[in-house]
Unconditional design. Sequence first.
Length: 326
Amino acid sequence: MDPTRRKLYSYVAVVALYLLVFGWWLFFFAHQSEFLVRRVSDRGVELSPEVESALRTATDDSMRMFVFEGAFLGLLLLASVFLVVRSLQKELSVHRQQRNFLSAVTHELKSPIASAKLYVESLQLGRAEGEKRERYLRHAHQDLDRLQKMVESLLVTARMTTTGPDVQLRALDLSKEVRDVAAELAHDPQTATAVLEFGGEGALFAQADSTALRTILRNLVSNAVKYAGPAPRVSIDVSRRGKQAVLRVRDWGPGLKGADPRRIFDAFVRGGDENVRTRPGVGLGLFLVSELARAQGGDARALTELEGGGFAVEITLVATTGEPSK
């Protein structure tokens, strides 16, 4: 049995024992006057009606005092039960995420390493010449690039959970940054097959960090392409909403299935749908997106039940005016 679950059962058993003792005390005090009158009568002492009435009044007063004090202690007990159970549930959730993370990381590490090793061994043995050799080298490089990106994500996550994101805010043209990243992704083997659509309203400046913003865009587009289906189509829209600059990345895939939209930005959380489980990744992309957006004074939210289907993530940043600072 899981240690955390065993702790939960043990705590429930202790609380049940406390409730039984509390119930017995409540029963005793409710019948205290009858117990006392019966014991006095059993000893051969005859009580006058006045004495018996005074005795019952005194026991009723003590009963009321016990009820008030016991009710307060009972509320404290229930509050402590709620907090402990909630804490244990969170611990169970963390343990489950850790198991999923270890399983995903193991797969994500083994697959590109084994693939790159196979290509290199084939090259060493002289089994690939000419165009085949170039293809093997290209595939090996892609595997190593995939491995490098995953390790970088893990390192960034570890750094952010200890020291927080390191960002330097300045006025950036959000539209230009999006176009630059889209041009880079067009040559990335993992996103080159996707149809990237850009919609904007010209120059739109926002307070942002260039490196953090590009990391957000790469993660959102890569995530969208990954789950957009066999013919991925991804749109990147930039707009202004009051004092906010809004960046939205959307796909037209099957949408968010088997995952809670409120937890999709937590670390190591992935959807429960089988299509999601079989895709590469360890559940850090949207976590990094959310953390970097907050570090820049913005926010991230998931958009589901969109007209036409699909899934979108919306990033809001603080809009500004004027030319970007040098």
